[in-house]
Design a protein around this ligand. Sequence first.
Ligand code: H79
Length: 429
Amino acid sequence: MRRLIIFLCLFTISSAFAQSDAKTPAAAIDAFMDKRFGMFVHFGPVTLRGTEIGWSRNKEVSQADYDSLYREFNPVLFDADKWVKTAKDAGMKYLVITAKHHDGFLLWPSAVSAYNISRTPFKKDMVGLLAKACKKQGISFCIYMTVLDWHDPDYPIHSPHDSLRNVKGSMPRFVNTMKSELTELITRYKPDMLWFDGYWEKPWTNEFGREIYQHIKKLDARIVINNRLGKESEKLNENSVGDFLTPEQRIGNINMLEPWESCITICNQWAWKPNDQMKSLKECIQTLVKTAGGNGNLLFNVGPMMDGRIEQRQVDRLNEMGSWLKRYGQAIYGTKGGPYAPNDVYAATRKGNYIFIHVFKQIDVLKLPALNGTTVKSVKVLGGSALRFTQADGLQVTMPGKLPNDNCTVIAIQINGNAEKLPVIKQLQ
Ligand code: H79
């Protein structure tokens, strides 16, 4: 009898936590932070107009047009395996799809809300196809959902511009719908992480956030959740709801205590925009490196075109990031940021007895402040030759005459102890 009970307990625990290898919710957050680099995908009917998904309704696009776009939404060249391969080749370890953005449109065939992809000419379950492709290619599958909904008659505000109030709205009813949608998403697609948006909305309260958080964790305690479910967006404390901070369109400050992830676009707009300005390879690599150097993740956004393809120039740029990561990724994945705070010349990461200095500019001598109580044993170009150094007053490294990589070259410094516990040193180069 006792054996049966133990067996049943183990069975229940293992099935509840099946989609993640992590053994506890805390381990799931650590595993998420070790990934360091993910792909954000903003996609939906608004792509047909090339305007921003989050704030063009009632502005560049009339409300009637914006709300009818789903009837023409037919991304015939969408290929889930290609999107996921693009992420994988870029060195990304997870993918977040906008299953539901502020427009209220669902990219999966929901039994809860009719305003969904099954009513488009495309018809296919985009969320399901992506979940499957991610699983096949070993990419962690994650879902974006927002608390805004400009379509649901229960949602109390029906415009990004506060003027259109929906007096018949009811947040408690809307929160119930949201819970049902989440149950569907979690049981069908088994996401590792949920990325919420919309904490700023006036009708949204911290209590609603907590209710949703508990609903999710009851379904699967291993799901990692961002902090935008609650009203507190700047800090993780007893009032906040969620597991990590989410600076938007900026690199977060170095923070060894609170997990964080910056979401930043490869161009300017979240959803596809024709001829949008794309970041240079240097900017892309340095954005990733400065984020890792601050102990955060980078969720890098692409907005695929209306036919379902990611622009070739963006695929190429991501591929170039992947090439850089193939060479220097050991100084990014699974590392901690610091001990030196990032600056315009370098960012630092650390792992075990190594400190990695990611150097952005050609300099003759790399000067680093002393780390009390530590001795440097060796300095070399990562994957390259040894460098001369002195350590009388801080560390001075004689740099190669020509850096092997113009965008960012990594220098590996081996010290006589564990680098991960060293305090952070903030200094301007
Ligand atoms: O999904 C992406 C955005 O659509 C979403 N968050 C990311 C991940 C987001 N929606 N709203 N917001 C972020 C904040 C809104 C800022 C705005 Fe504005 C202020 C919208 C209109 C006024 C900034 C300033 C953008 C346009 C003008």
